[in-house]
Design a binder for this molecule. Structure first.
Ligand SMILES: [Zn+2]
Length: 129
């Protein structure tokens, strides 16, 4: 008697709860001003400012967490996102742990909506040492 063990790809199971649905609402920025956005996940809102920062390659976006009025500290949390295709990254704990995060998702969406204009790439990239 033998048991047939069916293997389920672990990827599918984890993929289901992998990316939680995010709702990203952003306000029209004024020229030269950061974009104001609200990321809603599991009913919890997080408020951020987002603005492009200089980067040697890819597109870098800095997310600064805005005070939500619920905490006493006006501590600034900043996360820098680098959009570079499959090598996109963020410096937050979520990205370090899971390899994806809301900031990268939000940055991609903001770019797609034309709210963060990509920096013009130089015609000739500087030579690397
Ligand atoms: Zn992040």
């Amino acid at each position: 008697m033998s048991n047939v063990i069916q293997t389920h790809p672990a990827v599918n199971a984890s993929a289901a709860k992998r990316k939680r649905p995010l709702t990203i609402t952003s306000y029209h920025p004024e020229p030269g001003m950061p974009v104001s956005l609200v990321i809603t996940c599991d009913g919890k809102e997080s408020h951020y400012w987002a603005e492009r920062i200089r980067s040697e390659f890819g597109i870098a976006v800095r997310f600064s967490k805005a005070w939500d009025g619920r905490t006493r500290d006006f501590a600034t949390e900043e996360y820098d996102v680098l959009l570079d295709g499959d090598r996109s990254s963020c410096e937050c704990m979520g990205f370090l742990r899971h390899g994806y995060c809301r900031h990268v998702t939000a940055a991609v969406q903001l770019l797609a909506e034309g709210k963060l204009q990509p920096a013009p790439r130089p015609e000739h990239a500087p030579e690397r040492p």
